[in-house]
Design a protein around this ligand. Structure first.
Ligand code: UDX
Length: 436
């Protein structure tokens, strides 16, 4: 099939590349000329495991091409994916100007039947607004479909190629059939393509992300309470998670959820509620708890150093909002860095992938190190913000001979409390007993 993808951000690029992988001819459109040139030269603009291999293979096979021309995109594709940003507006709602702007342009250019697919995460009712924006400009027949993505960064290629489900919101049989044909190769194992109306599809995405954010936040509160009563959140998690109605996944407490989806989507759904005179009390609480959780280690650090951090040097391991990505959007590490800099701390930081992005934000204020052990040289404490695998089994002898103080504040519960006690560290983690 002939597919065009408008917008080559994270979602657009993964969608375009994976659709090419099943033999479709894909043309990706972006207004950023430098980025398009870069991609035409075979360079993937983001870090996402396995994407580079698929990218190269499909460019070589001439199934994946790039252009800055929307007209070319509309001439090429029978299905047009909109994978445009929907950033958070000042009031927390989703800014639809990119999506509706593209819809208007599409209406002006389109000269034959197209299926326009909303891939971006958009508030309920957006498919109708996209339809109106296009219809205003043209008399040509078209359909608008909502097809939310559920890709996790770091696993996006896998999630796209082997989805647990595909959600398609469509009220046109013609469009539904095309979407089913397109996605059939991805659900051979029997996972469902769930067809519904556009509004339900739009809400499914927000509901799923908000539920997961709530699940994590619930565990963060349980973890905080564990510390108060002397319980161990690892045990509570194991006990709870084995109940199949609860499930084992997304029960890991930490220094808050981050990333490009959860924070934005929870706020947008909350805001949407308000617009329809519905107050999502639960989401309000989730937002509040997560804001506090991101900084939960700060009072502990202050208390350990008698409220005087000036001139101290700390190492931070992990800057990305989660492992296997270079994405730092809403990363808890950023909140940590800002607070610690305000207290006059010198920071040595290390992350396997995200350092260039953090450098752009903080520049010379941080000391970027080339490996995890260089970061801990002569430091007063080590703070862990992201659970990259490489941090899980460090050489504790190296830590002991290089750190000035044997102090670890672990925002991701990487180590067994008893093991670390035996190594002689002061250790503070989330929802478990502290070792002094
Ligand atoms: C998420 C959704 O999972 C995906 O379906 C959606 O399409 C986009 O948003 P992503 O943001 O890439 O994906 O990351 P995810 O793995 O879901 O983690 C989100 C945040 O929750 C991270 O900050 C992570 O550290 C945190 N998290 C996750 C926890 O704190 N505890 C957990 O148990 C799981």
């Amino acid at each position: 099939m002939k597919i065009s993808v408008i917008g080559t951000g994270y979602v657009g690029l993964v969608t375009g590349t994976c659709l090419a992988e099943t033999g479709n001819e894909v043309l990706c459109i972006d207004i950023n000329e430098d980025k398009v040139k870069q991609m035409q030269n075979g360079v993937v603009p983001i870090y996402e495991p396995h994407l580079d291999v698929l990218f190269e293979r499909n460019i070589k096979a001439n199934r994946l091409r790039f252009s800055t021309s929307l007209k070319e995109g509309l001439d090429h594709g029978d299905i047009i994916f909109l994978a445009l940003p929907t950033p958070e507006d000042e009031d927390g709602s989703a800014d639809l100007s990119y999506v509706l702007g593209a819809a208007k342009d599409i209406g002006q250019i389109m000269d034959s039947y197209k299926v326009i697919v909303d891939k971006s995460t958009v508030p309920v009712g957006t498919a109708d607004r996209v339809r109106e924006a296009i219809a205003k400009e043209t008399t040509v027949d078209f359909d608008v479909v909502s097809n939310p993505e559920f890709l996790r960064e770091g696993f996006a290629v896998d999630d796209f190629l082997k989805p647990e489900r595909i959600v398609v919101g469509s009220s046109s049989d013609r469009a539904t059939q095309l979407m089913e044909k397109l996605y059939k190769p991805f659900v051979r194992s029997g996972n469902p393509i769930i067809i519904m109306d556009e509004k339900s599809a739009e809400l499914t995405k927000y509901a799923a992300n908000s539920f997961l954010a709530t699940k994590i936040t619930f565990m963060n509160e349980i973890a905080n309470f564990c510390e108060k009563v002397g319980a161990d959140v690892d045990k509570v998690r194991a006990g709870m998670g084995t109940d199949s109605r609860i499930g084992k996944r997304f029960l890991f407490p930490g220094i808050g959820y981050g990333g490009s989806c959860f924070p934005k989507d929870v706020k947008a759904l909350h805001k949407s509620g308000k617009e329809h005179n519905y107050d999502f009390d639960i989401l309000n609480a989730v937002i509040k708890v997560n804001d506090v959780q991101k900084k939960i280690l700060i009072p502990r650090i202050l208390s350990y150093f008698n409220n005087d951090l000036k001139g101290k040097t700390f190492a931070i391991w992990g800057l990305a909002f989660k492992p296997e990505t270079d994405d730092i959007r809403e990363a808890p590490s950023l909140y940590m860095i800002e607070e610690l800099l305000e207290h006059g701390v010198n920071l040595n930081v290390f992350d396997p992938e995200a350092m260039p992005n953090v450098k752009r934000k903080f520049g010379d204020q941080l000391n970027f190190t080339s490996d995890m052990y260089q970061a801990i040289k002569d430091v007063d404490a080590l703070i862990i913000c992201t659970e990259w695998s490489i941090f899980r089994t460090p050489d504790f002898n190296k830590l002991k001979s290089n750190m000035k103080n044997l102090v670890i504040f672990d925002g991701r519960n990487l180590y067994d409390v008893n093991d670390i006690k035996a190594e002689g560290f002061h250790y503070s983690s989330i929802g478990r007993k502290s070792i002094n």
